[in-house]
Write a protein of this length. Sequence first.
Length: 135
Amino acid sequence: MNFLKSRQYTSDEVDRIIRRALRLKRDEVIGHDDLVDMAKELGVDSRTLETAIDQEQKDFDYLKARELRLVRRKVKFHRHLWSFIIVISALILINIFTPGPWWFQWPVLGWGIGLAFHYRAAYFPSGEELESEGQ
């Protein structure tokens, strides 16, 4: 048991242990006063704690906004995909029922290239694209 009392933990380990303990307790929230008390016991002053809380809230807000932008991009892509499917299906039917050479492949090719770029932008955006979209 002395081994456990003298053991040192990294901040990641502390985070995981506290989260696990809260889950075992079936209560994953801590009140602000309890957080302040816990920080005092660990030797963290209130100013540092408030700064950390502010930074955590900013990071959380940033990640939520980024996630929302990604979801919107995917929704727009799916709308584009359905438009492509419907219009190209109609063009294929028109080409089948009208005499003459096959021409439907040209709109498929042109629009398909644009759709491929839209897919890449929706599912694999670069960091710069997401940052510029958020401003």
